[in-house]
Design a protein around this ligand. Structure first.
Ligand SMILES: *Cc1c(COP(=O)(O)O)cnc(C)c1O
Length: 395
């Protein structure tokens, strides 16, 4: 059924996975909204449980609608297989639970998604897990922190919300040398702009809540593994711990995924124009956007990404107070956390997404009080610019 010929990415996004449905040739994948699947006989039930026969047993262990999404994303990320999870954090936790053990140590990007860091420091610490969150864009910082019990190198690139980038290929070499698992949270780039497995990572994570679903109506996550061995380890933990996705959720995400290329392309075009414009604006102090030549890792972006994406962070000359005025005065941009949807969202990480990270650690990670994060959507650039312009006039 599946065409093995290599297609362009925009074609692959539309056809990847079971397309059409192999059973009925339905173009839209059927939603198998069931918790369990009947066995033909006692013998067949037993054979399914031992794995002698392939098939579905119970939805926490696998479901055709969920599998359709997993196959599609695994193919886009060039992985062996994928595991869909109930949320992005369920994906992150499953990776932690699989690759960390009692008294293990991990190294992570300092400007990590807030909860991905907090869960290590305030929950996994109960099991003796220790961590160092460092500026992973500086490879020396990573090498310096590796210990005998270091198991996992966990990076986010571009990082949230600083847009700092980490050299994934260089991290893969370090991980290989020291026997570490390299996991990359690829949420900000999406599979359209970056494929960490091709750069040597072992595991990739997405909060599909963001770009992959793209319509701000589902929470979900996915883990893509490079090898069968990694996939099986993760699958065992996910099935036991239960953070699996629901079939209806998977169907919505798959529907969103089919337009990922178009959305990323349009949002990126808008973001580049907005970043160029903001950088020249007299009230703007600084702009962090990987597509600006002023970004400290502009060259790295060109090396490891296919584009600079649609996430921007910036600060105003009037600092925190001016920033508050800005986010309170936008009308088209919506004041909300989350990102990667078709609509433009604006937020203040220090008091919102990263409020759980202690102040000193926030500052070390570059999440300053004046930082405003903009997730640029697919509206007309002129409308977005006009909205930001009128709000900036009031700052
Ligand atoms: C949102 C997000 C997560 C967590 O995902 P949820 O779907 O909210 O659980 C993890 N990493 C990044 C980079 C995110 O943006």
């Amino acid at each position: 059924m599946e065409d093995k010929k290599k297609h362009y990415l925009e074609t692959e996004i539309i056809h990847a996975g079971y397309y059409p449905d192999p059973l009925t040739r339905s173009i839209s994948p059927p939603i198998y909204q069931t918790s369990t699947f009947g066995f033909e006989s006692a013998e067949q039930g037993a054979a399914l449980f031992t794995g002698k026969e392939k098939g579905f047993i119970y939805t926490r262990l696998g479901n055709p609608t969920i599998e359709a999404l997993e196959k599609a994303v695994a193919s886009l990320e060039k992985g062996y297989a994928a595991l869909a999870t109930s949320s992005g954090m369920a994906a992150v936790s499953t990776v932690y639970l699989t690759f960390l053990e009692k008294d293990a140590h991990m190294i992570g990007t300092a400007a990590l998604y807030g909860s991905s860091r907090t869960v290590i420091e305030t929950e996994f610490n109960r099991f003796g897990v220790t961590s160092d969150f460092v500026d992973t864009s500086n490879l020396e910082e990573i090498k310096k922190r590796i210990k005998k019990n270091t198991k996992l190198l966990y990076i986010e690139s571009p990082a949230n919300p600083t847009m700092a980038m980490t050299d994934i290929q260089a991290c893969a070499e370090i991980a290989k040398q020291h026997g570490l698992i390299l996991a990359v949270d690829n949420t900000f780039a999406s599979p359209v702009l970056q494929n960490p497995l091709e750069l040597g990572a072992d595991v990739v994570i997405h909060s599909v809540t963001k770009f992959i679903n793209g319509h701000t109506d589902v929470v979900g996550g996915i883990i893509i593994s490079k090898t069968a061995e990694l996939h099986q380890r993760l699958q065992k933990v996910l099935r036991l711990m239960g953070g699996t996705m629901d079939p209806h959720q998977a169907w919505l995400v798959l529907r969103g995924l089919r337009t990922l290329y178009l959305r990323v392309e349009k949002a990126q075009e808008n973001a580049q124009k907005i970043a160029n414009w903001l950088e020249q604006h007299p009230k703007v102090a600084w702009v962090n956007y990987p597509g600006l030549p002023s970004h400290p890792q502009y060259e790295l972006m060109k090396k490891q990404m296919k584009g600079s994406g649609s996430m921007i962070s910036f600060g105003l000359k009037g600092g925190y107070q001016a920033g508050l005025k800005l986010i309170n005065n936008v009308r088209l941009c919506t004041l909300a956390v989350s990102l990667g949807g078709i609509e433009t969202l604006i937020q203040h990480p220090a008091s919102m997404t990263h409020s759980s990270v202690p102040k000193k650690e926030k500052e070390e990670a570059g999440i300053t009080d004046d930082l405003i994060r903009l997730s640029v959507g697919c509206e007309a650039y002129e409308d977005l610019k006009a909205d930001l312009e009128q709000a900036l006039e009031q700052c």
